[in-house]
Design a protein around this ligand. Structure first.
Ligand code: SF4
Ligand code: SF4
Length: 281
């Protein structure tokens, strides 16, 4: 008997990019039609995004009002409208695994886009926007200019951007930083920490300095939440001591560990609006 995924958490299978059928045009076309047919019968996602209304209208207006009446070229607007937000999979769909229908709509959209890219069929603008590494380098180099031009208040440039790229001028776009993480880490001497959580013999944790800013930290796996954070902070004090070239002192680590753990929790509160429970066991 099939089991619907709306009661239990959906099971997400990894995308099998290596499977010989993954980019097979006929198999992909068949799978698109199978999924679209199920969705057309269900329609629960009609108000989640633009993909589903486009799909339902297209099928309703087709010759026989069914998926078989669609031409494969008609799939593209449905895929283009998907922002991969994952809402249909995570919140709505009763046919996600473990249901026999094994429906994962967002993954199917990704599969289609992968096929488009491999066959050089990605539309020009998305193909350029997808050049994340190149765009990122330009964005960081010209961050002030790019952020000014893409600001939602810059009506003139946002209108041009909308005409060229199709990105709605009302959408708030992310801004670029003037410095990459890699440069920031280099400049600020941030340590490179290899953290392992497992059974530790004879202590709650150990820190080994391996030279050139590299540390190996082991933490006992059985610690509760609160003790884990405090122990982590304790080990970070040792990291700081190593980096500053001062004598590694257990006494000062014990003295400061709770204060640093408290700062950590306050930062959590500032960023997330809720506090992890310090007294949790
Ligand atoms: S993942 Fe795509 S199809 Fe699903 S709700 Fe989000 S935008 Fe729509
Ligand atoms: S994704 Fe699932 S819930 Fe949404 S319309 Fe398709 S079958 Fe229905």
């Amino acid at each position: 008997m099939s089991k619907e995924g709306s009661i239990d958490a959906p099971i997400r299978h990894p995308i099998n990019f290596e499977h010989p059928d993954f980019l097979d045009p006929k198999k992909l076309d068949d799978e698109m039609r199978r999924a679209f047919d199920i969705c057309h019968g269900c329609r629960r996602c009609f108000n989640l995004c633009d993909s589903f209304p486009k799909l339902f209208d297209m099928i309703d207006e087709s010759e026989n009002e069914d998926v078989e009446s669609l031409k494969s070229e008609q799939f593209e607007p449905v895929v283009d409208a998907c922002t991969l937000c994952d809402m249909c999979f995570m919140t709505k769909c009763p046919y996600v695994p473990p249901h026999d229908f094994d429906l994962d709509f967002p993954h199917l959209m990704l599969r289609y886009r992968t096929a488009q890219k491999k066959l050089n069929k990605l539309p020009a603008v998305p193909a350029q926007l997808a050049q994340i590494d190149r765009n990122g380098k330009i964005g960081v180099m010209l961050s002030s200019l790019v952020n000014w031009a893409s600001n939602i208040k810059n009506i003139f440039f946002r209108k041009i951007l909308e005409l060229v790229s199709g990105i709605d001028m009302r959408v708030k776009l992310p801004t670029y930083n003037s410095e990459t993480f890699t440069n920031y880490f280099k400049k600020n001497n941030i340590p490179n920490i290899d953290l392992t959580i497992h059974k530790v013999e004879g202590a709650l944790a150990w820190t080994d300095y391996e030279g050139e800013g590299k540390f190996f930290i082991e933490i006992e796996e059985s610690l509760n939440h609160k003790k884990f954070i405090i122990t982590m902070c304790h080990e970070f004090i040792h990291v700081r001591q190593f980096l500053s070239g001062v004598e590694v002192s257990e006494l000062s680590a014990y003295h400061y560990e709770e204060k640093i753990a408290e700062q950590f929790y306050n930062e959590e509160l500032r960023r997330n609006g809720s506090l992890l429970n310090l007294n949790e066991d």
